[in-house]
Design a protein around this ligand. Sequence first.
Ligand code: LLP
Length: 423
Amino acid sequence: MHHFQYKGDELFCEDVPLRKITEQVGTPTYVYSLATLERHFGVFDQAFAKRRHLICFSVKASSNLAILRALFRLGAGADIVSGGELYRALRAGCDPKKIVFSGVGKRDDEIEHALESEILAFNVESVAELSAIDRVAAKVGVAAPVALRVNPDVDAETHPYISTGLKKNKFGISVADAREAYRLARRLPNIEVKGIDCHIGSQLTKTSPFRDAIRRVAALAHELRREGVPLAFVDVGGGLGIPYQEEGEEPPSPHEYGQAICDAVEPFDGLDLTLVCEPGRVIVGNAGVLLTKVLYLKQSEIKNFTIVDAALNDLIRPAFYQSYHSIKPALRREGVGKWVTDIVGPICETGDFLARDREIQKADAGDVLAVMSAGAYGFTMASNYNSRPRAAEVLVTGDTFSVIRRREDYEDLVRGEEIPAWL
Ligand code: LLP
């Protein structure tokens, strides 16, 4: 369920016609619906109502301060993977005690900042990292709270680039090695063991891999408790998929997902653990669209091209993962037929497409298209490739909207660059 719907022939975000936003803000522009965001968070939260839980929104999915603030004020914490995300989360008002820090390559300065901020826990991905955290914690003069990220060797059955829970992936510590790593963690003087963590991938469309992973982690948690390891929480990661297509795709609902997770965590019940989740996409994916304007139509002997002003630097998912995003006209026009077209951007790469061989209403130059389900991993993966200023971001609530990130200008492109005096 989301709040991007046609009223008559016009596509609205909540009560704002998208046309109005493009008239005032231009294109390309990301537009987010606050009501959708809040609804998704509420439904997800409700799915875990019967357990003590903490939802740490995965900041990498969408990191605009306004989006983060909207979620933090509902009680969300943050799953972060860099010092930059820590900075954003704190700037947006996140309670540091609700922040978990994941990622295989944490630097000393990032660890130090997180320790000084008194975050909930580091999700530690290797023994080498554990030693680094111990060393930095000694310097800061605190005990570092940690969970070990266990790699349960489960196939998430998703795109290989976003599958993380297999032995061959760089993430986490294998179940076999985790036992020894926990023993080490308990011996290290500046480490305080707090929990156990896993995350097996993103855009999962079945509950079974989650269940399998958590069962393995549960078995290990039992063993660890028997050895006296003080576990206070189990972090089950993120990864629940969303429907990108209009029909035919039915990933589990948050309710089904919550049920599956709670069932799988049941073996932990005697352990009285807090459940931590790190959802990203399911909260924000369908709460955002990318608006783009048609520049030209071009027909070759074998192809129709709709050339638009958004490109892979704005939304890299189609190029990077061959992912599907539904594309809708901001204005449906009576009597205009459909055609099959590639929707491509201005970037000088054949991989620069938003959709291929897509049947849509034939557009004219100047028409606005909405690339749907672009709220997660859209703006956060944007770049300045081809020296293209990054898009504006807009947040809608009811019949009003605000620019939450102004469109970059050319000065932004060269900020920080210097031509040496000797050149
Ligand atoms: N926790 C950890 C440790 C993660 O690595 C991720 C995502 C999440 C939570 C959130 O996963 P979600 O609930 O959003 O599936 N750029 C890709 C997705 C990369 C996901 C990376 N990790 C895409 O556009 O599909």
